[in-house]
Write a protein that binds this ligand. Structure first.
Ligand code: ATR
Length: 264
């Protein structure tokens, strides 16, 4: 039987096994998808297991999206450009890394019918998923992207990967149309933002990359009349759909049934 794993640390919150096993069943594919709390030393062996066929595919999540790269043979164009990998499998005998977060983010904005081409956007965070978000925003012609991270140096490093990014101090909020929480703040129940959102006006899009829990402090801060609130669920579903297509050559359905199942 084919075997797939999502690999990260922490990994408890991941809904990937629930979703991927649902799609495996509904598409009558004989395979199993599990999760692994991994450490740096495990990455090499995981990639060897892909090479020798003991494992058939990996999803990579925090904090390994970049750290996995030295253990891969080949990168897709998107993975190379962002130095971020979230999907791995064997392709023509090569252990190959793909990035489906870019498509996940882009498709979730398209589903909202949100046009970024005339918007000022603030990204909070500079971790593994941020290069994919910047790449997608630039692809959709976002004219102004501010990057803010508690550890400013990490934002500066990301700025060097892309043109036209402005790094701002953590806690400062210039006028914006869309703000994205790409930090891990909100994954834990007691997480609090030390940023004051109270003076932010309306007609803003608050986009939280976190999907579990479905409601976070960040989405609550943006929950005012006239604002749009989006959590990471659609981004999660679309990136997972692309990964499934890479592995199984079938595009699984995203419909009410699968969303209801995930939230059950
Ligand atoms: P990694 O940084 O290892 O890639 P990540 O989960 O992708 O892991 O990124 C975590 C992000 O959440 C980082 O931007 C981190 O900020 P630092 O670079 O300063 O660590 C941010 N983050 C985590 N805890 C935070 C907190 N308490 N306050 C502000 N930002 C926080």
């Amino acid at each position: 039987m084919k075997k797939y794993l999502v690999v990260g640390n922490p990994i408890e919150h991941s809904l990937s096994p629930k979703l991927q096993n649902f799609w495996l069943n509904s598409n009558n594919i004989e395979a199993i998808y599990g999760k692994l709390q991994a450490y740096d030393d495990d990455l090499k062996e995981l990639c060897s297991s892909i090479k020798n066929g003991q494992l058939n595919g990996l999803n990579i999540t925090v904090p390994y999206k970049k750290k996995i790269i030295p253990h891969l043979d080949v990168l897709s164009g998107h993975a190379l450009r962002t130095q971020s990998v979230n999907t791995v499998c064997l392709s023509n005998g090569n252990v190959t890394g793909y990035n489906t977060d870019i498509d996940g983010f882009e498709l979730s904005l398209k589903k909202l019918n949100y046009d970024v081409s005339n918007k000022k956007i603030i990204i909070l965070g500079a971790g593994g998923v941020v290069p994919s978000i910047i790449y997608a925003l630039k692809k959709m012609n976002a004219p102004q992207i501010y990057l803010s991270n508690r550890t400013k140096e990490k934002a500066q490093i990301l700025k060097n990967l892309f043109d036209g990014i402005e790094v701002i101090d953590w806690g400062i909020l210039p006028d914006f149309d869309m703000i994205i929480n790409a930090t891990s703040l909100g994954l834990k129940e007691n997480d609090k933002f030390e940023i004051d959102f109270s003076k932010v006006g309306n007609k803003k899009l608050f986009f939280d990359v976190i999907y579990n829990p479905f409601n976070t402090n960040f989405s609550q801060a943006g929950n005012k009349p006239g604002n749009i609130i989006e959590n990471g669920l659609n981004m999660f579903l679309f990136q997972a759909q692309k990964a499934f297509s890479i592995w199984h050559n079938i595009e699984p359905k995203i419909d009410k049934e699968v969303i209801k199942f995930l939230q059950s």
